[in-house]
Design a protein around this ligand. Structure first.
Ligand code: NAP
Length: 272
């Protein structure tokens, strides 16, 4: 490995601009986090966002709901509120709520998850909220000046928050993009041709050295736990001597995603 793509450095760079951004705001950012029957790990995640909001003096309201109807009522209140600048919906949520989530106004959609936001990502519109994890992948590549022009990029995973929104972002940078998923045949052959691989499948240590070419660049989005230890979708120890560059887990895409979420929260208070 020539280069460890350190997410902490990228996230520090994003966060270094927060104070100046906040000082220029004429309205205070305030987010509403809506959660339906959260479990302990959901609550830990929410607590972390609350702590970050406290650090930057950003308003934070948590609405824990027990029924879908209660969730919809709180969502409507947050949509209509003049004080709330951004709305976050704790995932996963039942399918029956998807239509409701799609009604979050564009300017309050800090996670970039509505069809309107995603549609704008696909046509390459600027200054919109892009799903943070997919944006984190692009930020890391950009921070390390990795030129994507003409590069053969393989994204593994086709979720709406990671895999799919990466397609237009890589195309925008003139890369050639292939997306693989659980029904892809001969995935190893496809991976072996990749200059850059983005792994986002949620399968611990799936990617091994036999599957990649010498000098590939690997971005590991996966968050898994093996024997109580966090690991990615890439077998880091196995591939590290064959790759040119790689993101670690933890300390890679996750920390950048967190910083970008805060960035979207701050930006939600910019008067448009
Ligand atoms: P998801 O919605 O569960 O989607 C997983 C995708 O992986 C699906 O498209 C699935 O294919 C594909 N897949 C599963 N097994 C596969 C296999 N053996 N070969 C090829 N493709 C396979 O996942 P997600 O929400 O995008 O998350 C993916 C991973 O990223 C998870 O580990 C998650 O924890 C992590 N994540 C990290 C962050 C972060 O901040 N770092 C944020 C979000 C997610 P099908 O579509 O055919 O089922």
């Amino acid at each position: 490995m020539e280069l460890l793509l350190d997410g902490k450095k990228v996230s520090e760079n994003i966060k270094s601009k927060f104070e100046e951004k906040i000082s220029k705001l004429t309205k205070q950012p305030k987010i509403a986090v809506l959660s339906l029957n959260p479990n302990d790990s959901n609550l830990t995640y929410i607590k972390r966002i609350e702590k970050n909001c406290e650090k930057y003096k950003i308003g934070f309201v948590l609405k824990i709901t027990k029924t879908e109807q209660e969730f919809i009522t709180e969502l409507n209140k947050a949509k209509e509120s003049k004080e709330i600048t951004g709305i976050m919906c704790q995932q996963p949520l039942p399918r029956s709520l998807f239509n409701e989530i799609n009604t979050i106004p564009l300017e309050k959609d800090i996670e970039g998850i509505t069809h309107e936001s995603l549609g704008k990502v696909f046509v390459g519109e600027k200054n919109i909220n892009i799903p943070c994890t997919s944006k984190a992948v692009m930020e890391v590549l950009d921070y390390y000046n990795i030129d994507l022009t003409g590069k053969n990029v393989v994204v593994v995973g086709r979720s709406n928050i990671v895999g799919k929104p990466l397609i237009p972002q890589f195309l925008e940078k003139n890369a050639t993009v292939t997306v693989c998923h659980s029904k892809t045949k001969n995935i190893e052959t496809i991976l072996q041709m990749a200059d850059i691989i983005v792994m986002a499948i949620g399968k611990a240590k799936f990617l091994k050295k036999e599957m990649i070419k010498e000098g590939a660049i690997i971005i590991d989005v996966g968050i898994n736990f093996e024997d109580g230890k966090m690991c990615g979708d890439v077998d880091f120890e196995d591939v590290k001597d064959k790759v040119y560059a790689i993101t670690p887990v933890p300390g890679g895409i996750g920390v950048v995603t967190n910083a970008l979420l805060m960035d979207n929260i701050i930006n939600s208070a910019v008067q448009k």
